[in-house]
Write a protein that binds this ligand. Structure first.
Ligand code: PMP
Length: 335
């Protein structure tokens, strides 16, 4: 029997799930790492744990101290449940455009939640800069102090993916993985997994699946930081500046994935394979299909199933919202 002494031990060691339709369509073996099975429901629990453990080791995070972070939601959820488990406090700054379900989850967990308007990164009111200022304020006013988790530029983020996610993928495929692809929010997953896999085998092809309107497709294709055309409703991914974590990523091939391409992957998986995933997983699966088509039949490709779809029910599975955006609607929900 496998037992866990506390919630930290429920993080990671997620299974690789065979993605039947994507595999049959391409003649490849496509697997998704079931990160939605982490206790906070997303891939970001690993990041939260990695950042906390690094801050403890550096004696920056003191017992009872506060962890402050700017997040699209999932890192905040991971940090807050770990703060509860390990005796810290958490403050989360999040753009108010993120899904209601993530806001509800953060309130339920007891985070000190600050919702700010969505602005561009260059503006001082951006959620990342707001989190930095809030951390400085708490550090100066609270006796146990505070840290800013800094997931975008904190290399403890990619390090935990290198040491856990990447090694798990290598072991779970028995060294047979030919390609890995995922989208980017901070770049922690892509940087960590690509570094780990390339260290095992330099020939493993690493791809990035970038949503419409984000700038990393161009960055990895022609070195220019320039947004691709269009926009995306997908949350937690799609950035327009180069984070310290992205700078560590080893990328061979880049694709732009539109919402029109990603959403059917989410809907088909739900309807025919029984799994309801969030939008970034759809971008990742669409990216895995593109990479499979490029590599040809017979290859083994791994991607990330970042979080569960109920976290976005009011958007991704809301026919009115989808209709208004001109996006595909699941047939069984159509009005
Ligand atoms: N998918 C979702 C739903 C996320 O919340 C995030 C993190 N913001 C990602 C993907 C991207 O992961 P990373 O930060 O490691 O690039």
């Amino acid at each position: 029997m496998q037992n866990a002494a506390d919630v930290t031990q429920l993080i990671g060691n997620t299974p690789l799930l065979y993605l039947r339709q994507a595999s049959e369509r391409t003649g490849c073996h496509i697997f998704g790492k079931a990160e939605f099975m982490n206790p906070g429901g997303s891939v970001k629990d690993r990041t939260a744990l990695g950042i906390i453990r690094a801050a403890e080791a550096a004696h920056e995070l003191k017992p009872g101290g506060r962890i402050v972070e700017g997040t699209a939601g999932n890192t905040g959820i991971g940090l807050t449940l770990l703060a509860n488990a390990l005796g810290y406090k958490s403050s989360v700054v999040m753009p108010m455009t993120q899904s209601k379900e993530k806001i509800d989850a953060l309130e339920l967990l007891g985070a000190d939640l600050h919702l700010v308007p969505a602005t561009s990164y260059s503006e001082p009111g951006h959620y990342i800069h707001t989190a930095q200022r809030l951390a400085q304020k708490y550090a100066a006013t609270e006796p146990q102090g505070a840290i800013w988790a800094r997931q975008f530029d904190n290399l403890a983020n990619s390090a935990i993916h290198r040491d856990t996610t990447g090694q798990e993928i290598w072991r779970q495929t028995e060294g047979g993985v030919d390609g890995f692809i995922c989208s980017v929010g901070t770049g922690g997953t892509l940087a960590g997994v690509s570094t780990a896999l390339k260290a095992h085998n330099e020939n493993i092809v690493i791809g990035i699946a970038d949503p419409s309107g984000a700038s990393l497709y161009h960055y990895f294709t022609d070195g220019e930081i320039k947004p691709s055309p269009g926009t995306s409703i997908m949350e937690g991914i799609g950035i327009n500046h180069i984070t310290d974590n992205v700078a560590q990523a080893r990328v061979d091939v880049a694709f732009t994935i539109s919402d029109e391409e990603a959403l059917p992957c989410v809907f088909d998986l739900l309807q025919h394979e029984g799994l309801c995933l969030g939008g970034s997983a759809g971008v990742n699966i669409a990216g895995a299909i593109r990479l499979a088509e490029q590599l040809g039949p017979g290859h083994t490709i791994v991607t990330i199933l970042c979080d569960y779809g109920t976290r976005y029910q009011s958007k991704l599975f809301n026919p009115v919202f989808l209709h208004n955006k001109g996006l595909p609607v699941p047939t069984w929900l159509d009005i």
